[in-house]
Design a protein around this ligand. Structure first.
Ligand code: CA
Length: 228
């Protein structure tokens, strides 16, 4: 299985050096040169670990970590931040706000790789807690797998995030705005309509398993997961 590491770093030389070291270790490196690029990548992929440079051109590392920690699907991903010497004060703030670890730049690639491996070992140990179930719907969030009655359901990442939110809140009415904030994050501009479109896609994916009607519309407010 592939291990994806997202690197968020605006300095191209450092970014390429990290990507090179990661690939040599057998990891898949995903690169982002800004906070917004990182958020866009996170709509497509579910990384196993994220390395965040503190000084980004468009937002601070803190803001990026905040949006990651608010996202229901990826909020538990280990985050290592990189701080330049002049940003030493920020690392305390960063740890308080949700980073798991930090390294001061210039960082040794050997040390960075060792820390990445250590965090991955720890997070993989918690994988069992990534399993969610509701009746015969089963989700393994870390393996990105969904099954209904033992049969695999194919979902895109957004539909996967949506279903995860429902499985975390069964039989509970979820307002559109709540869904938007948790699935898309507050920093992305999306319309309420987008939620409806993806609900339709989720139902379509669940239809062959006769579970589409379990995603119920609560008119004018939102949706809920409930068996019929
Ligand atoms: Ca920087």
């Amino acid at each position: 299985m592939h291990t994806n590491i997202l690197i968020v770093e605006d300095d191209m030389a450092i970014r390429e050096m990290m990507a090179f070291s990661l690939k040599r270790e057998g990891f898949d490196a995903i690169k982002a040169a800004s906070g917004h690029e990182a958020l866009e990548q996170l709509n497509q992929v579910h990384p196993d670990l994220i390395v965040v440079d503190w000084g980004l051109p468009d937002m601070s590392g803190i803001d990026l970590i905040d949006s990651i920690r608010r996202d229901e699907v990826i909020k538990e991903v280990p985050i290592i931040m990189l701080t330049a010497r002049s940003e030493e004060q920020d690392k305390i703030k960063g740890l308080e706000r949700g980073a798991d670890d930090y390294l001061t730049k210039p960082a040794s690639m050997l040390e960075l790789m060792a820390r990445i491996r250590a965090h991955l070992r720890r997070s993989k140990g918690f994988e069992t807690s990534h399993k969610l179930t509701y009746q015969d719907i089963e989700m393994d969030a870390s393996a990105h797998e969904v099954k209904v009655n033992e049969l695999a359901v194919n979902l895109s990442l957004t539909e996967f995030k949506l279903l995860k939110l429902f499985l975390q809140n069964p039989n509970k009415l979820l307002a559109r705005e709540h869904i938007l904030n948790h699935v898309w994050g507050r920093n992305t501009f999306v319309e309420d309509r987008t939620v409806d479109v993806h609900i339709l896609r989720l139902r379509k994916a669940l239809k062959p398993h006769a579970r589409d009607k379990w995603i119920q519309t609560v008119r004018g407010i939102g949706y809920k997961l409930a068996s019929m």
